[in-house]
Design a protein. Structure first.
Ligand SMILES: [Zn+2]
Length: 292
């Protein structure tokens, strides 16, 4: 797996046992929206260059859901790949190949193996961005009310803002740093005031603040749209999520309010570390105070 290229070539193969449950134009429209998402999120550093095959008859009957083993998934990928090759598409010349299967009613919507994606339902923007995120090496964006996982339940895709969770706002600053879209960010080492700008445009100011603790690394970021608030995500150094990058946990309730951010005037105590107060939140920047 690798970070996306500036021109990432993506082929979508429509494969079924003969049905055409949605149109090529539908998929092209969704791909254009996914491309817009990546262009916006990467500040123009990544563009998807996409092709879509016509519906190809790849299976003699509904291919089912693959089951738990890679072997049966391989069989589905293999049949769809063969159908694409017969139709004149060289799947090896693309960075990522998305196989969208018709005639399917599976309990899951998509799965990714390396740079091959299989979708069991009509592609949506959120689903495409999520599965392509996996091909770029990102794991799931978790959510929890706290990082003491004996006390708080971890939700695997519980990040309500990142497309690697259940959200559709934007990739997190942590994910953008993994993807190479933002440079190294400052580490908080002293109790003082810090200025933070949203990770939504190139900037020489801090687009995130990083706090190292014994248990792992905190990523703090500011958003000014559609809310003005500071988010806290924790990357647990004891987690292993291979083959993907380590996942971050979004703190879903940093205050008693039912939202995953703090607003101006509110504070959050990072466990065993700083107390962070959002002292000023404007449309362009935030000011944070760190105290022991
Ligand atoms: Zn996933």
């Amino acid at each position: 797996m690798a970070a996306p290229k500036s021109e990432e070539r993506v082929l979508v193969v429509l494969a079924s046992a003969g049905s055409k449950p949605y149109t090529v134009a539908d998929v092209q429209r969704t791909l254009a929206q996914a491309n817009a998402f990546f262009e916006r999120s990467s500040f123009g550093q990544v563009h998807l260059r996409t092709d879509v095959t016509p519906w190809l008859t790849a299976f003699t009957q509904s291919p089912g859901c693959g089951g738990a083993t890679d072997h049966s998934l391989d069989g589905i990928f293999g049949a769809a790949r063969t159908a694409a090759r017969r139709a004149g598409y060289d799947t090896t010349s693309y960075d990522d190949v998305v196989y969208a299967l018709g005639d399917n009613h599976c309990g899951f919507f998509g799965t990714t193996v390396g740079h091959d994606v299989m979708l069991m339902k009509e592609p949506t923007v959120q689903l495409l961005v999520h599965e392509l995120g996996h091909t770029f090496g990102l794991g799931h964006a978790h959510g929890a009310d706290c990082i003491d996982l004996l006390r708080c339940a971890l939700e695997d895709t519980g990040d309500t803002l990142s497309p690697m969770g259940s959200g559709s706002l934007d990739f997190s600053a942590y994910e953008k740093s993994l993807l190479g879209w933002i440079p190294g960010q400052p580490h908080v080492t002293a109790p003082k005031r810090y200025v933070l700008v949203p990770p939504t445009a190139p900037s020489r100011l801090a687009q995130a603040l990083v706090v190292e603790t014994n248990r792992g690394t905190w990523w703090i970021e500011y958003r000014s749209k559609p809310f003005r608030g500071v988010l806290f995500r924790f990357v647990d150094s004891s987690f292993h999520s291979a083959p993907y990058d380590p996942s971050a946990i979004l703190i879903l309730k940093p205050t008693k309010a039912n939202r995953p951010w703090i607003v101006q005037g509110e504070s959050y105590r990072i466990p065993y570390s700083w107390r962070v107060t959002l002292t000023r939140a404007t449309s362009t920047r935030a000011e944070l105070r760190f105290r022991p």
